[in-house]
Design a binder for this molecule. Structure first.
Ligand code: C5P
Length: 308
């Protein structure tokens, strides 16, 4: 089978991110509510002799941090998929086009892995069952299973155990990006330093957040957003505190660091409110500003020209 297949995968945000004490394997137990929002990375795969990768991006997104070798998570996804099918000898070129900030706390790399899995599964005609794709995804990274699932979901384990939530209505998010990313491990390390080795109870999802989601109460959701990594991200990037404050002054219902940061999220009443809040933040020149609805679907194949 030859041709080109494109899959798209969304950015993730965490409406709540509860983090426990570091486990012996180095990961932290999480209790989180994920939401997929409408910023997408696209991965287009074409037949090639070897596995190669290239990266382009929307103009606001610097891509210097994205590796172009075997360490790229989309290439790792391709290798893992080949091994899963008995080491099949197939190559592909993976052309990643980024709409999700790099190292921004929005799981852009995980989106690339999820999109690469789906696109290659189609290009190579493998028909990998969904449950197997989910297992492969979990091996690639904590956020990759959610990139496949999308929507709104509860995450546990190290983030890889994903249970979809049925919610009503749409939410609008303004995203303030940073020119410079933050490394996820360094934020978790800082989190451990701040907790000073003391162990904490297992994290839980706040009841108020679940209630707000059930009845689509935007103001209550804004008030119940939480992120245990925020203090650590603010220690590494103190300037983000001002950004969060500005978003609140611009009348956002809630302002929070996204995952391990440095992207910041502002929950708005609806699309027109998001346009207004985005305009206010843009005029302050704190960094690139975009806005997007959530929840949106998980990764999926969007175009094929392989005759199927
Ligand atoms: O799973 P993923 O590759 O995204 O994790 C990247 C790094 O983030 C891990 O190596 C670890 O340092 C940190 N991490 C963590 N606890 C988690 C998820 C990630 O400590 N639940």
């Amino acid at each position: 089978m030859s041709g080109a297949v494109t899959a798209a995968a969304p950015a993730k945000i965490n409406l709540s991110l509860g983090v426990g004490t570091r486990r012996p394997d180095g990961f932290h137990p999480l209790a989180t509510v994920y939401q997929a929002i409408g910023l997408y990375d696209r991965v287009t795969v074409t037949d090639a002799d070897d596995l190669t990768v290239s990266v382009t991006a929307q103009p606001r997104i610097p891509v210097d941090g994205v590796p172009l070798d075997d360490t790229n998570i989309a290439v790792r996804a391709a290798r893992t998929l080949r091994e899963h099918h008995g080491g099949i000898r197939r190559g592909a070129h993976l052309a990643i086009d980024k709409g999700i900030p790099v190292a921004g706390g929005m799981a852009g790399g995980s989106a690339d892995a999820a999109a690469a899995l789906l696109a290659l599964d189609h290009l190579w005609g493998l028909g990998t069952p969904r449950a197997e794709l989910m297992r492969i995804a979990a091996g690639l990274g904590s956020d990759v299973p959610f990139a496949l699932v999308g929507g709104t979901a509860i995450g546990s384990g190290r983030g890889e155990v994903v249970v979809p939530l049925i919610t009503v209505g749409e939410y609008w998010w303004v995203v303030l990006e940073s020119e410079r990313g933050l490394s996820t491990p360094s934020v978790y390390d800082e989190f451990d330093v701040l907790r000073d080795g003391s162990s904490v109870p297992d994290p839980e999802i706040p009841d108020a957040l679940m209630t707000a989601l059930r009845v689509h109460d935007v103001a209550a959701l804004g008030a119940s957003l939480s992120n245990d990594l925020q203090v650590a991200a603010l220690r590494l990037r103190p300037e983000l505190a001002r950004a969060l404050e500005q978003g609140r002054l611009e009348s956002a219902h809630g302002a929070i660091v996204s995952g391990s940061g440095p992207s910041c999220l502002f929950l708005c009443e609806g699309r027109s409110h998001a346009v207004q809040v985005a305009g206010g933040l843009r005029s302050l020149d704190l960094g690139p500003v975009s806005f997007a609805p959530g929840p949106v679907h998980g990764a999926r194949v969007v175009t094929t020209d392989d005759g199927r």
